[in-house]
Design a protein around this ligand. Structure first.
Ligand SMILES: N[C@@H](CCC(=O)N[C@@H](CS)C(=O)NCC(=O)O)C(=O)O
Length: 208
C-alpha cells in the first residue's frame, strides 16, 4: 500500500490526501513533521534530504518528495491520462503553470498570513508583515477570480491538479480573520471544492 509521510495539518500533505480520495488510492499515513518530529532522523533524510513533509513511499521502496511532483506521479502511475492531469502537452502545461505558480507566487504570502494567525503566538506576531502578505495574496487571488470567469475550475470545467495545488489555500483565505474583497467566482469555486469528499475531509478542516 502507498505510504504517506506527513502530519495531516500540513497543506502540502493535504494535497496528496485529497488526490488519493479523488482517485480512490488506498494509503496509510504516518505522522511526521512539526511536533511529531522524525524528519531529521537519518532514515527520513534518506527519503527527503529537505527534512520536510510530505514524502510518499511505494511498497517497492520508491520514494518521492515535493508535493506537486507527487501529485503528477500519482496520476501518471495510478490513472494515466485521467482528466485530473491529461496526457496532452498543452493541457498538461496549462495545469503545470498553475501548480508552479502556487509554489512560486501564492505560497509565500499565504504562508505568512497562515503562520501569523494560526501558528505564531500572539505577542510575537508581525501584523505589518501579515498585512503586506494579505495585500499580495489578494492581488494573486484576483488572478484566479479572472481565470474562473465562465468555467468551474482553474483549467476548464473539470477538476485538475491545478485546483488541488491552489485549492489548499483558498480554505485558509476564507477561514482566516482577514479582510477580503468580494470575489464571487473565487467564493463559488471554494463552495464547489467543499462539496468534494476529499476536500471536505482533508482540507476544509479546523486550522492547526
Ligand atoms: N515545496 C515543498 C514544501 C514542503 C514543506 O514546506 N512542508 C512543510 C509543511 S507544509 C514542512 O515540512 N514543514 C516542516 C515540518 O512540518 O516539520 C512541497 O511542496 O512538498
Amino acid at each position: 500500500m502507498l505510504r504517506i509521510w506527513g502530519r495531516a495539518s500540513s497543506s502540502n500533505v493535504m494535497k496528496v490526501l485529497w488526490l488519493c480520495e479523488e482517485l480512490s488510492i488506498p494509503f496509510e499515513r504516518i505522522d511526521a513533521g512539526g511536533a511529531f518530529g522524525r524528519t531529521k532522523e537519518p532514515d527520513y533524510l534518506a527519503k527527503n534530504p529537505n527534512a520536510l513533509v510530505p514524502v510518499i513511499e511505494e511498497p517497492d521502496g520508491f520514494c518521492l518528495f515535493e508535493s506537486n511532483a507527487i501529485l503528477r506521479y500519482l496520476v501518471r502511475a495510478r490513472a494515466p491520462g485521467h482528466a485530473l492531469y491529461p496526457a496532452g502537452p498543452r493541457e498538461a502545461a496549462d495545469i503545470d503553470r498553475w501548480m508552479d505558480w502556487q509554489l512560486s507566487a501564492l505560497n509565500a504570502p499565504m504562508t505568512t498570513i497562515f503562520f501569523t494567525w494560526v501558528r505564531i503566538p500572539e505577542p510575537e506576531r508581525d501584523y505589518a508583515a501579515a498585512g503586506k502578505a494579505r495585500d499580495a495574496s489578494e492581488r494573486l487571488w484576483r488572478m484566479v477570480e479572472a481565470r474562473l470567469a465562465g468555467q468551474d475550475f482553474i483549467c476548464g470545467d473539470a477538476l485538475t491538479l491545478a485546483d488541488i495545488a491552489v485549492g489548499i489555500y483558498v480554505h485558509r483565505w476564507f477561514a482566516l480573520p482577514i479582510e477580503r474583497p468580494e470575489l464571487p467566482g473565487l467564493a463559488a469555486w471554494y463552495a464547489r471544492l467543499k462539496q468534494r469528499p476529499g476536500y471536505a475531509t482533508h482540507v476544509a478542516v479546523p486550522m492547526t
